[in-house]
Write a protein that binds this ligand. Sequence first.
Ligand code: NAD
Ligand code: WQD
Length: 339
Amino acid sequence: MRVLVTGGAGYIGSHTVVQLVAAGHDVVVVDSFANSKPTVVPRLEALIGGPLEVHAFDLTDRDKTESLFAERQFDAVIHFAGLKAVGESVEVPLEYYQNNLDSTFALVRAMQRHGCFRLVFSSSATVYGDNAPVPYQEDYEPLSAASPYGRSKVMIEQVLRDVASAGGQWRIAVLRYFNPVGAHPSGTIGEDPQGTPNNLMPFIAQVAVGAREELYVFGDDYPTPDGTAQRDYIHVEDLAAGHVAALHRIAHQEPGLRAWNLGTGHGTSVLEMIRAFEHASGRTVPYTVVGRRAGDLAAYWADATRAHEELGWSATRTVDDMCADTWRWQSSNPEGYPD
Ligand code: NAD
Ligand code: WQD
């Protein structure tokens, strides 16, 4: 298939590009580089062993999005492009709603106009809100989220559901990621947060490499075995494989929309993650326990049964693999991608 990957220069998109090419797909990337750097492109080309077609523009520009579809024929789109920082979305909600919703509108309209009806969308476990029973199951309703970022995902899921329900040929896979971590085993591509990392794993990695002094552990008084919060960390390589599987599935499924969790089905605590990273890196990760972070939940993980049964996909990589691969990326690229 010829697959358009939006946000293909970003963390999850870049890893997925490599696996799509390995699976025999013809890949085209569009990315505004709002949260990524063009220097990822030659590294991707080295991994895929050839040139990668990259279009640098913002998908919210409807004319440019339309022109791309007018020029090129795509069999499917994987839509990663979006802003994703939960805290920032509280400060600048309009930017988040506008970027995430308008890019999706421009994309889906252009797809519809040009007869491309297969879409894989990047959603998040955050759409389960505060009250869903753990493990999270795909049929849970009502979806809700505690931040503008999360609500943009809830809204887009709803829009896509309505589009698919209106009839026609739409085949849409909504993939709800849990906590993506890790890097390509080559150590040449990985997660490169701009500024202070919001997420646990890149923060731990920066402390281990000496770029930051210590980690703040947000709360050790949760009702969990060691008191720190538990999450379902999933290796980005497993996540990428989930997209290849979803693409295969929607090539054959009946028209409509279906959601799948992409998680391991297991929770790991913050302290367990620190210990696993120390083991993988051979470095000490100094930390101080501070108060809980506003909005954090105590513990959640995926029910990953549906993806296993319907996509033939399961996560195979362990927390030790996640830490070892993150460390390889971080230690060989202590400052991330060059400018
Ligand atoms: P990322 O920021 O590394 O990648 C997103 C890419 O999209 C970036 O390269 C950015 O430049 C690009 N982009 C943003 N807005 C754009 C626009 N309007 N037009 C064109 N390009 C644009 O993020 P990621 O971690 O790779 O996440 C990919 C997707 O997965 C996002 O939609 C995110 O919300 C979702 N997701 C991420 C996580 C996570 O923890 N990383 C968890 C659940 C869901
Ligand atoms: C994990 C755990 C923190 C940093 C977020 C988004 C979610 C999804 C994935 C996009 C929590 C603790 C963290 C630190 C810490 N993204 N922590 N010190 O919050 O589970 O999920 O990313 O869709 O929507 O909310 O991930 O990595 O920020 O935190 O103690 O410096 O680590 O409290 O328990 P989270 P995270």
